[in-house]
Design a protein around this ligand. Structure first.
Ligand code: 3AM
Length: 197
């Protein structure tokens, strides 16, 4: 079971979209082929960050959990179809060339709720991307066959800064509602089974 921590403990946390093994495998395969160098993000760590919260104490964690308890948002599909890099930040990424309106809305709502709860709100504009490597030399952009990812939850992730690199643990999952063809929500989410798959 993940260690959800006692109230007094500070935890380094972020909110993320965390893909399952199939999406991670497909992305890692593309990265090996198209991203030439840098410190590659290990396959099990691939994710899209929604908001980095930093060190969060017990009180703030309760406010954060209340956001998850009241969250309303719809599940959506994301097509990762573009590999590129940010040369100044030396980051290689895969990203959707089109951001679904559902994701934009979800992110806006999340930021509003973080602000209301006096939690850290990311300063940068939200550009959905999955970091593939850091310290990368600039490289070409590639349009790739889309990796289609069905996203039905937000994850609350704890980050441990180990000497060998970051280690992540999923603490909570906040379900997004699936909407069936008649427009009614169908089904919920599930609690995490433990460590990151
Ligand atoms: O998913 P990406 O790579 O965009 O860079 C870190 C990573 O972002 C970012 O949080 C994500 C999960 O670790 N991060 C780490 N430290 C940070 C900080 N102090 C940070 N973002 C903002 N401020």
């Amino acid at each position: 079971m993940p260690d959800k921590g006692s109230d007094g403990e500070t935890q380094r946390l972020f909110l993320a979209l965390w893909p399952g093994a199939a999406v991670r495998g497909a992305v890692a395969h593309l990265a090996r082929r198209l991203v030439p160098d840098g410190r590659r993000v290990p396959t099990q760590n691939l994710h899209i960050t929604l908001a980095f919260l930093g060190d969060v104490t017990g009180d703030a964690r309760s406010r954060m959990l209340a956001i998850g308890a009241n969250l309303t948002g719809s599940a959506f599909a994301l097509e990762l179809d573009r590999i590129g890099c940010w040369p100044r930040r030396r980051i290689s990424w895969i990203a959707p060339s089109q951001t679904p309106a559902t994701l934009t809305r979800l992110n806006r709502k999340l930021r509003e709720q973080l602000r209301t709860a006096c939690l850290p709100v990311p300063k940068r504009r939200f550009v959905p991307h999955m970091t593939l490597a850091r310290g990368s030399a600039p490289h070409a952009f590639h349009n790739v066959t889309p990796v289609v990812w069905s996203i039905d939850r937000i994850t609350v992730v704890r980050s441990y800064l180990d000497p060998g690199g970051a280690r992540y643990e999923i603490l909570y999952e906040w379900p997004l509602q699936r909407v069936n063809t008649k427009g009614w929500p169908s089904g919920g989410g599930r609690m995490p089974s433990g460590n990151v798959e």
